[in-house]
Write a protein that binds this ligand. Structure first.
Ligand SMILES: NC(=O)C1=CN([C@@H]2O[C@H](COP(=O)(O)OP(=O)(O)OC[C@H]3O[C@@H](n4cnc5c(N)ncnc54)[C@H](O)[C@@H]3O)[C@@H](O)[C@H]2O)C=CC1
Ligand SMILES: CC(=O)C(=O)O
Ligand SMILES: [Mg+2]
Length: 440
């Protein structure tokens, strides 16, 4: 696989003298390893031990990094090379925890029986109070059938669980919602719709995740029509919101009018078709799409988009390129036109590395790690739930994209996802848009 990103942590000891860490960094750089976080584990008078996170592409490259560091000599030692990604997943990343302590029999009677019975009866008499007296209103079902896990394909929902747990962690940490993974062992749309309908009353909203196309379209449409709570397929609309925001920011920086720019979308699956629909809903006049499947191209035409004959023609014709094919390295540097804006959004590896696209002449380039639906979905769900909205509409999604743009620093495409204000602002913008729509 091209552009594969493997992350390992190197525990490296160096003599505590200026210049020694620079030698280690150079040794890593000479083997084209990419240094991430660096933590000093011990800073002694004689030696310093650091934990260095390094991204690389292959086993050969790992061996080259190790030999380069070992060749420095003079007391520079590698103590261990650890797989912190795997370590972070031991035992899973989430747990259902109680919010109250049970320390006395009084606590037990209040939290559980007999006290709880009166709360049950309160809900029997006033069903809307379930939102107040239970966690239902702040719980989001993260539903997957495992058919399109990132760009890894149909690997099944159990193998996709680390992604679902990751989404739950983000919902919790960014907006305080509880995400509960639901792993389906069917990809039949009728069975999925029936299952979600049977379980929906335990949740405030339904987040559909990594459900492949084309069945994702029918599933989302049917659930939206049939359930009284917000349903959103994140790979479609969360991604579309963030792609629109990145395009608006890039256009602002380059003085391009997004509505008259020519946009080319490569890959018209869940993410790609939704990006095209979002851009057209925003008012972009010329949107071209390309997919290796005719059926996917016909879907775009049905929504008013246009198709184009080949990847080469799309790259030649369009000012803004977005790719969501799952195919690493699909866009070759020689295809990049000067001053293009290129969003190669496939995970875990993009269609072209941003550094390669910029070196080939692009004005702006980003991959799916930075232009990622993580900036959108937590605030979208929080805003929809706070407003008591029954649906997530285009007006709410465009409000989310605009909030993201407002919070993006000049010269950047997207804000830092770790800035909690971003999620808060997205949530408020979505809530306001929902309230306005509901008043109409
Ligand atoms: N950055 C982000 O926030 C997100 C990124 N993605 C990434 O986008 C990729 C696609 O995800 P989905 O849309 O959910 O998958 P999908 O399977 O629904 O869509 C992929 C589409 O690409 C088409 N395709 C594949 N190879 C092609 C080629 N060589 N030329 C033209 N079309 C081609 C397929 O026919 C299919 O229609 C994945 O890698 C995923 O990780 C998806 C959602 C969010
Ligand atoms: C980010 C995401 O949802 C995906 O790559 O599928
Ligand atoms: Mg996804």
């Amino acid at each position: 696989m091209q552009n594969q990103h493997i992350i390992r942590n190197f525990i490296v000891e160096t003599p505590s003298k200026p210049g020694n860490f620079a030698k280690v960094a150079t040794a890593i750089g000479m083997a084209e390893g990419d240094i991430g976080d660096i933590t000093t584990l011990k800073s002694g008078a004689l030696t310093t031990v650091r934990d260095i996170s390094i991204t690389y592409k292959s086993e050969e490259q790992l061996q080259e990094i190790i030999s380069n560091i070992e060749a420095i000599g003079n007391g520079v030692k590698i103590h261990a090379v650890t797989d912190d990604v795997l370590k972070a997943h031991e035992g899973g990343k989430i747990a259902m925890k109680s919010q109250l302590d049970v320390r006395s029999l009084g606590d037990l009677q209040r939290i559980y029986t007999p006290g709880v019975a009166s709360v049950c009866m309160e809900i029997v008499h006033n069903p809307e109070k379930a939102n107040y007296f239970t966690s239902i209103g702040s719980s989001v079902a993260i539903v997957t059938d495992g058919t399109a896990i990132l760009g890894l394909g149909n690997i099944g929902s159990v193998a996709g669980m680390p992604v679902m747990e990751g989404k739950a962690v983000l919902l919790d940490q960014f907006v305080g919602l509880s995400g509960i993974p639901i792993l389906l062992n069917t990809s039949d749309p009728d069975e999925i719709v029936e299952t979600v309908k049977h379980i929906h009353q335990g949740f405030g909203a339904i987040l559909l995740e990594d459900i492949g196309s084309p069945h994702c379209f029918e599933i989302e449409e049917r659930l939206k029509a049939e359930l009284p709570i917000p349903v959103m397929h994140d790979d479609q609309h969360g991604t579309a919101v963030v792609a629109l925001a990145a395009i608006l920011s890039a256009c602002k920086a380059t003085g391009v009018d997004p509505k008259t720019a020519v946009v080319g979308q490569i890959g018209l699956g869940a993410a790609g078709l939704a990006i095209c629909r979002m851009l057209m809903a925003y008012g972009v006049e010329e949107v071209y799409g390309l997919d290796r499947q005719e059926e996917a191209q016909n879907r775009l035409i049905k929504y008013g988009g246009q198709t184009i004959a080949s990847l080469e023609e799309l790259m030649e014709t369009c000012d803004i390129i977005i790719a969501t094919t799952g195919v690493s390295g699909l866009i070759k540097p020689e295809m990049v036109r000067k001053d293009q804006i290129i969003l190669a959004l496939s995970n875990p590896n993009p269609e072209i590395l941003p550094s390669t696209a910029i070196a080939a002449g692009a004005a702006f380039a980003a991959d799916g790690r930075s232009v990622n639906n993580v900036i959108g979905f937590p605030g979208i769900f929080k805003g929809a739930l706070d407003a008591g909205a029954k649906k997530i509409t285009y007006t709410m999604l465009i409000a989310a994209a605009q909030a993201i743009v407002e919070h993006t620093k000049p010269g950047e495409l997207i804000p830092n996802p770790l800035d909690p204000r971003v999620h808060h602002l997205v949530a408020r913008a979505v809530e306001e848009a929902a309230n306005k729509e509901m008043k109409r």
